[in-house]
Ligand binder design. Structure first.
Ligand code: MUC
Ligand code: MG
Length: 391
């Protein structure tokens, strides 16, 4: 046995002896398909329902915890699909941690990493459920396990992604009037660039006091970016997300050097070394944090530290999670010393029925971190049953 394994074993043993009630007794998974309020378009996929794997874990003391693994359009946004996530949790991740103490967060995540390569969304779903259960069992909010909360609300953006400018303007105005959102993200890349520019111009003119971010989801070439980024700058766009494909770091660095708008790295960096790679290549100056990229709550907090150490600013990204996944992100975001760009956890509002009972509030342009033990949420069991995919 290597030294590192000996240390992990010892830590597990101490937690197990001290708190046998927090032993992981069961991990169950269920696929749910949740309709969205409207069609949501990205450059490489579009959805009218969102699919998740909901993870339910039971501890020896009877406490139940929930986590969520999100996907977007099947294995399109990333390589994991709900079918693969469920199969890999059931066959590999759950057996690697059953019987361990839920309080051994690092050891459990390491055991899952050894059981299955990458599988970041799957691992994040299980990890979130363990944090929720551990917090509920001990009466502590999850943020307490992550260093303690520094904020209880975060500015939250809304994404406009139907592709129809008039509908998008109406939607944005309704969000403004409700004082829910005043910062918007426009998805680009599913239209020809010239058509997108006309759409964007119309939206910017109709929403003069709003901050606008654009996400291209990899659809542009370097030449397209060189041609259109000056127009985006003229329109006052504040951030441009993932304009080119991951792997095109040198080309992204060249456009970042010419651009008056900061470039945000999303799909191009999941792991710590990938974040460092983007920063060293000067291909991004803002990093989008997502559990499905990092694979767990402590890993997400480490990703934030790595990006910040490289000089990048932070943005709280999402994958249209329900209230379960949003709460897991908020637990981490609430503990970050800096989160310059706020977050985009509009997922609980874009699904027709959220899977939680409304503990997450959207007020005064902020998302409010739920209070209470664990992730601070409770589950809408009726909705969960209704939207569960038949086995
Ligand atoms: C992405 O690429 O950022 C998050 C919000 C949204 O509209 O799409 C997702 C994925
Ligand atoms: Mg993105």
């Amino acid at each position: 046995m290597s030294n590192s394994l000996a240390v992990e074993g010892a830590v597990s043993f101490i937690a197990e002896v001290a708190r046998p009630g927090q032993r992981i007794a069961a991990v169950e998974t269920m696929i749910v398909d949740v309709p969205t309020t409207r069609r949501h378009r990205l450059s490489n996929t579009e959805i009218s329902f969102q699919s998740y794997v909901i993870v339910r874990t039971a501890l020896a003391d009877g406490t139940i915890g929930y986590g969520e693994a999100a996907t977007l359009g099947g294995p399109r946004w990333a390589e994991e699909s709900v079918e693969a996530i469920k199969a890999n949790i059931d066959a590999y991740l759950a057996p690697a941690i059953i019987g361990q103490s839920a309080l051994d967060f690092e050891a459990n995540n390491l055991a899952m990493q050894k059981a299955a390569t990458r599988n970041n969304a799957a691992r994040a779903g299980v990890d979130s459920a363990l944090f929720d259960a551990a917090g509920k069992s001990l009466g502590l909010p999850v943020s307490q396990f992550l260093g303690g909360a520094l904020r209880d609300r975060i500015e939250v953006l809304w994404a406009l992604a139907s592709g129809d400018a008039e509908q998008e303007i109406e939607e944005a105005r309704a969000k403004l009037a409700a004082r829910e959102h005043r910062r918007f993200k426009i998805k680009l890349g599913f239209h020809e660039p010239a058509e997108d520019m006309a759409r964007l111009t119309r939206i910017v003119e109709a929403l003069p006091d709003c901050e606008i971010v654009c996400d291209v989801n990899q659809a542009w070439t370097e030449a397209t970016a060189i041609r259109y980024l000056p127009r985006l700058a003229e329109l006052g766009i504040v951030l441009i997300e993932q304009p080119l494909r991951p792997g095109l770091s040198a080309a992204t660095a060249r456009i970042a050097a010419r651009s008056k708008i900061p470039v945000m790295t999303d799909e191009a960096a999941f792991s710590g070394p990938e974040i460092v790679g983007q920063a060293v290549a000067a291909a991004g100056s803002v990093y989008s944090l997502k559990l499905v990229k990092s694979g767990g709550l402590l890993e997400l907090k480490r990703a934030a530290g790595i990006a910040q150490a490289c000089g990048m600013e932070l943005y709280g990204g999402c994958l249209l999670e329900t209230g379960i996944g949003a709460a897991a992100h908020l637990a981490v975001f609430s503990t970050l010393p800096r989160l310059e760009w706020g977050c985009e956890h509009f997922g609980p509002k874009i699904v027709k029925t959220d899977l939680t009972n409304g503990e997450i509030l959207f007020q005064d342009f902020h998302i409010h971190c739920p209070k209470g033990p664990g992730l601070g949420i409770s589950i809408n069991e009726a909705a969960l049953r209704q939207m569960a995919r038949p086995r």
